[in-house]
Design a binder for this molecule. Structure first.
Ligand SMILES: *[C@@H]1O[C@H](CO)[C@@H](O)[C@H](O)[C@H]1NC(C)=O
Ligand SMILES: *[C@@H]1O[C@H](CO)[C@@H](O)[C@H](O)[C@H]1NC(C)=O
Ligand SMILES: *[C@@H]1O[C@H](CO)[C@@H](O)[C@H](O)[C@H]1NC(C)=O
Ligand SMILES: *[C@@H]1O[C@H](CO)[C@@H](O)[C@H](O)[C@H]1NC(C)=O
Ligand SMILES: [Zn+2]
Length: 745
């Protein structure tokens, strides 16, 4: 549908008048200046020629290596002086690189630390109280660079302090289904037990939540060689990237509770909740390595664990409860405690030339459990190289159309805290101005293939960027795979419902788990997360040395990416993506794929629960959902046609379409939040309640349906399902309207 001649003519005149007025105000029409046509020409310019090539060509692996070397010299744990020092270092670099408005913003938040004078440990005692085994107090030093007095011993942030004693129960991965299986099939009474779960599959905080819900008095987490070392027969760090038995995964148990200032930033004027700790875990939780775990596990009594529950330790896995020697007892001594501290975020700007009030945000966190060479310093080192490169292009005369905001977040490791406070602080402004947020927590967690994740509208731009970046692997190039995309499409193939390769790479949804979370769940910003990854077929749960003291410079420099070619490739990909989003006249978002995603989620509801819902009288509700989805699809198609036929000489018409795309994700924000989750407000994309690492679609509805047959109060639960079905239908309908022409409500 085209604008009528008169309307179009009026628009052009308005544009010219606005242009001329702005021109006069800004002195553009001073002596020797051009005409209104020049002004209009400037406003409707497309991305500058040749910038992509310059950008990709300037990014340098040696610089990334240098950045990583500097950042990983000392540990920089959240909330410590070392972390603050790193924040100041990043701010100084950004200023030198030519970013403007560089600021280091403080927030008061609750963080968690172990007690130096009373080290956390787990003790196995025999019947007469003698110690059989004590878990190691610190990870063994295996290479000289880890020998630093600031290394924090392994702990789980936000564990409750305490000294529970009890019989041990093996709970596999600590998933809901694992606990239910033990309860239903082995009649395990968890009250007063200490549970031991292996890391992997789901977020560790959800394991703690489950253990607490089932009545355990403590939880031990360990890394089984099956999930983190493939098996125990090969060489380990420092000779390879495999986890040694002395390595321990640290990590937070909290990803969604803002204990002191829920919903608001921890600024000076904020109201601080007096009983903020009330919503944090109530049982002690502590992580150990598999050398320690082996001794506890091989002494457990009870039935043999089922096949799928067995790890790769050379023992017989048993379920418990209790030990083969009935008098033996396990004791946890946990002194982890909470403290209020200041955390800092750093932001810096490359001001947009034409639309400075539109933001493309690029960021990652800088705090690390220890040296954090992979998580997050590989990401930080890459982003610092990208900001240098863009700063250089600016000095040479380039300015992106829109503003690029570089962000370095504090205290991510303790629960996405820095980015959460910042998003809370600027939620309204981000709602109006944020085009996209591109996160790069780590640039490499392996060197097998690129492995980006994204919300649907950014999938095509991600493919496009990957097609521009040369393949960092010479062997791959020799096989005819010239670009990052060529490896990705083979390494991480997308499969359709019948298991057939679609010919495209798979791009998983974002769950929680890094700093994009609050952008999505509070504001509805379209986000992507970029990294190079390991081969999933290796069957491991993360890169093996994740959050251990062994994540050192040596690991990246000598083992994972000695040439820094992979780090360079992800940096280039991030840079190209940011450039495209910031500089393209028409935003490169793919609205059609949003419609496809909505269709897909609705189909899943139909497939998994359709007949059950119908048997509870929801025929009409499901029909309304179906119609809303069709309406959204049609609106997306019509919108796409308007994009294709827009008068590119009319900058206001283009801006209007761009704004509709920018706001689309935000149309799914429910100010009331999801049921029981007031601060998680995105009704299409949210972290799953049972595993916050995973993304869940239509979360309100999915949660209402979860295990519904076990709920004793069927009536109330089905009312909730009915309500959530109507809520999602309503949001899809209004989002469809938001894509229509503005005079068509
Ligand atoms: C660690 O450093 C300290 C002091 O520099 C030294 O005394 C100690 O022997 C070192 N430990 C190891 C295992 O290298
Ligand atoms: C579980 O054990 C606790 C204490 O040992 C006891 O009070 C409780 O009644 C038991 N629960 C069941 C369902 O047997
Ligand atoms: C943190 O600050 C809050 C609010 O001022 C206070 O109630 C709480 O006791 C403090 N917690 C700690 C561990 O100091
Ligand atoms: C890729 O990483 C693995 C460890 O995961 C390492 O063994 C291998 O040498 C690396 N390959 C390259 C080309 O750097
Ligand atoms: Zn991280």
């Amino acid at each position: 549908m085209r604008l009528s001649r008169t309307v179009a003519g009026t628009l052009v005149i308005v544009t010219l008048v606005v242009g001329v007025v702005i021109g006069f105000l800004s002195g553009y029409y001073g002596p020797g200046a051009g005409t209104a046509t020049t002004w209009k020409h400037l406003l409707s310019r497309d991305a500058a020629e040749g910038v992509r090539e310059k950008l990709l060509g300037e990014i340098n692996g040696g610089n990334i290596r240098h950045n990583l070397r500097e950042i990983t010299r000392t540990p920089h744990l959240a909330g410590t002086e070392a972390a603050h020092r790193l924040a100041r270092h990043i701010a100084r670099l950004w200023q030198e690189q030519g970013l403007t408005g560089v600021k280091t913003l403080p927030y008061t938040v609750m963080l968690s630390y172990p007690d130096k004078d009373n080290p956390n440990r787990i003790v196995l005692r025999d019947g007469s109280g003698d110690v059989v085994h004590t878990s190691q107090l610190a990870e063994k030093i295996l290479s000289p660079e880890q020998n630093h007095s600031d290394v924090v011993p392994p702990y789980n942030a936000f564990s409750a302090p305490g000294t529970p004693k009890g019989p041990l129960v093996y709970v596999n991965y600590g998933r809901m289904e694992d606990f239910l299986w033990l309860k239903d099939n082995k009649q395990v009474n968890f009250t007063g037990t200490i549970c031991i779960a292996r890391y992997g599959k789901i977020f560790r905080g959800d394991k703690a939540k489950h253990a607490q819900e089932f009545g355990a008095s403590g939880l031990i987490l360990y890394s089984d060689p099956k999930d983190y070392s493939a098996d125990t027969t090969h060489s380990v760090y420092p000779d390879s990237w495999w986890l040694p038995g002395t390595g321990v995964q640290r990590g937070s148990l909290n990803m969604n509770v803002d204990p002191l200032t829920p919903g608001y930033p921890g600024t000076e004027s904020a109201y601080y909740l007096p009983d903020g700790e009330a919503n944090l875990p109530k049982i002690p939780v502590h992580p150990i390595g598999f050398d320690d775990a082996k001794i506890f596990l091989e002494n457990i009594a009870g039935d043999e664990a089922p096949e799928s529950w067995r790890g790769a330790l050379p023992i017989t896995y048993r379920l418990g409860p209790g030990f083969k020697e009935p008098a033996w007892c396990l004791e946890m001594y946990i002194s982890t405690h909470n403290e209020n501290r200041t955390t800092y975020n750093v932001v810096g700007f490359i001001e947009g030339e034409i639309e400075p009030d539109r933001y493309v945000l690029v960021g990652n966190h800088y705090d690390a459990w220890v040296f954090g060479a992979v998580d997050p310093s590989s990401g930080t080192a890459s982003i610092l190289e990208l900001s240098r490169t863009m700063g250089k292009l600016v000095k040479e005369g380039w300015r992106p159309r829109r503003t690029i905001v570089f962000c370095a977040w504090g205290s991510e490791e303790q629960g996405l805290i820095g980015s959460r406070e910042w998003v809370e602080n600027y939620a309204h402004i981000l709602g109006n101005r944020a085009v996209a947020y591109l996160n790069m927590d780590m640039s490499i967690q392996g060197n097998y293939s690129f492995g980006g994740r994204a919300l649907p509208m950014l999938v095509r731009p991600l493919y496009d960027a990957a097609k521009q970046v040369p393949n960092p692997n010479p062997e791959e190039i020799a096989k005819g795979r010239a670009t990052v995309y060529d490896t990705w499409v083979i390494g991480v193939p997308q499969k359709d419902a019948d298991g057939k390769h679609t010919g495209k790479p798979r791009v998983p949804l974002l769950g929680a788990g890094s700093d994009f979370t609050h952008f999505i769940s509070k504001v509805g910003v379209t986000c992507a997360d970029l990294r190079y990854r390991f081969d999933e077929k290796q069957g491991i749960s993360s890169y093996p040395l994740y959050h251990s003291v062994y994540e050192t410079f040596h690991l990246v420099d000598k083992i994972m990416d000695p040439t820094f070619a992979y780090s360079k490739a992800t940096t280039q990909l991030l840079g190209e993506m940011a450039r495209n989003l910031a500089d393209s006249y028409v935003l490169p978002f793919d609205v059609g794929s949003f419609a496809s995603a909505i269709e897909d989620y609705a189909e899943r509801v139909e497939k998994h629960s359709g007949s059950l819902m119908r048997s509870h009288g929801m025929d009409r509700g499901l029909e309304y959902l179906r119609l809303a989805v069709i309406k959204f699809r049609l609106a997306a198609e019509q919108f796409q046609r308007r994009v294709e036929s827009v008068d590119r000489n009319n900058p206001l018409a283009v801006r209007q379409l761009n704004d509709q795309m920018m706001q689309l994700g935000k149309a799914f924000i429910d100010p009331l939040g999801l049921p029981g989750r007031p601060f998680t407000r995105n009704v299409v994309f949210a972290p799953s309640v049972r595993n916050q690492y995973a993304g869940s679609s239509f979360p309100g509805l999915t949660d209402a349906l979860f295990e519904i047959s076990r709920d004793p109060n069927q009536e109330a639960r089905w009312q909730e399902v009915s309500k959530q079905l109507a809520v999602i239908t309503y949001f899809i309908e209004t989002a469809a309207v938001s894509l229509q022409k503005p005079v068509d409500l």
